[in-house]
Design a protein around this ligand. Structure first.
Ligand code: FE2
Length: 378
């Protein structure tokens, strides 16, 4: 192997290109060397022995010009090696053969072009220049791909970091929301207990209402938001009783007409109290309708059927069940079969028949018994 870097300093400044010429015939190498040096290229020569593979592995070059038929390193082997290891380096094959099929084969195997021997200087230089432009484009393309991959990696990393941050924030918000919700519920429970404390007839009523209503709401397929409204409304449905005199609430005998009129105001009083809190508006609406009857005979507005919010219809069913089945100071709770029979009787008039059917078919009243047993440790 001869390494000849014989170009003058000025042309090296311009080109600074290194070309490896591989040919077992020394005269051919000399001719090519002369032509290429004159054009300002650095030239490395190889006689095409097996050492050429180490040379290709260890030395940088911009272009390879390689003979096809050589005793040791066959030109096709060299081409295959270059395509596998030096993906941007073009190879120009030298061939003494003029058979077109050989040329086609050379190109198919990844050669940039071929030159027929004896080599004409102008033809060779034209191909060399094109090959170097092609090499530069490939190299630039590879750089861009690399930059693109790096940028992609950078973006993916940023997205991963951002997602992590957002997930952490979402968790914090969820925690804060859970705390707020639990505080709200505790506050509503205190309100419910306040209502019960005022009305001696209804001890434990609000909590039983919550259990029955949650069961019925779930059977009715309510959404999570609707369930939340129902839960609050079931606890607060009698909030308006705060505005009713205790003598009326706790009276054991029949109410006078005026007392009855006052008593019937409690759904609207409750609605007004909650309306002062904007986020409670859907709950206020449900509360205002909890004494509306399915056939329009209820109060305060005489709404009927689907005009009454489904949560209010659920509360009506649970309210009637609990009022009849729980003990009062002046009477014992009625037996289950009597209560259920009465619910069936008023289904379609006072109560929504579908909610009543769901209540009876699914034995919803057992949920209150189970809850009481759990609470008392039985
Ligand atoms: Fe009520």
């Amino acid at each position: 192997m001869d390494i000849i870097g014989g170009s003058d300093d000025a042309s090296r400044e311009i080109m600074k290109r290194t070309i490896i010429v591989i040919d077992d015939e020394e005269p051919v190498r000399k001719v090519l060397n002369t032509h290429l040096l004159k054009e300002g290229y650095d030239v490395i020569q190889s006689a095409g022995d097996n050492a050429v593979f180490d040379l290709l592995r260890n030395l940088y070059c911009d272009l390879i010009i390689c003979d096809i038929t050589m005793p040791e390193a066959d030109g096709f082997r060299v081409l295959e090696f270059v395509r596998e290891n030096l993906d941007t380096t073009p190879v120009i094959m030298l061939t003494g053969l003029t058979d077109l099929s050989v040329a086609v084969d050379i190109m198919k195997r990844g050669a940039f072009d071929y030159v027929i021997k004896p080599v004409k200087k102008d033809d060779l230089m034209a191909i060399v220049r094109r090959a170097l432009v092609h090499r530069d484009l490939l190299a630039r393309n590879k750089e861009l791909e690399l930059e693109n991959r790096e940028y992609q990696g950078f973006l993916e990393q940023r997205v991963r970091e951002r997602t992590k941050e957002l997930n952490a924030k979402a968790k914090e918000l969820q925690k804060a929301y859970g705390l707020l919700k639990s505080t709200n519920m505790q506050f509503v429970n205190v309100l419910a207990e306040t209502i019960e404390a005022k009305d001696a007839h209804t001890r434990g009523h609000c909590n039983r209402m919550r259990i029955l209503c949650m069961e019925l709401g779930s059977l009715a397929g309510l959404s999570a938001d609707e369930m939340e409204v129902l839960e609050y409304a079931s606890l607060l449905h009698d909030l308006g009783k705060i505005g009713i005199a205790e003598e009326i609430l706790n009276k054991t005998g029949p109410l006078t007409e005026d007392e009855f009129r006052r008593m019937r105001e409690h759904p609207e009083i409750g609605e007004k109290i909650l309306q002062s809190v904007p986020s409670m508006a859907p709950i206020a609406k449900v509360i205002s309708c909890h004494h509306e009857n399915f056939d329009g005979s209820g109060y305060p507005k005489g709404l009927k059927g689907a005009e009454i919010p489904v949560a209010s219809r659920i509360i009506s069913v649970a309210d009637l069940y609990d009022a009849m089945s729980s003990d009062r100071p002046y009477r014992k709770g009625l037996p289950q079969n009597v209560v259920l029979r009465e619910m069936k009787r008023v289904a379609g008039s006072q109560l929504d028949p579908e909610v009543v059917a769901a209540f009876i078919e699914n034995r919803v009243h057992l949920s209150v018994r189970n809850e009481s047993a759990t609470a008392s440790g039985l």
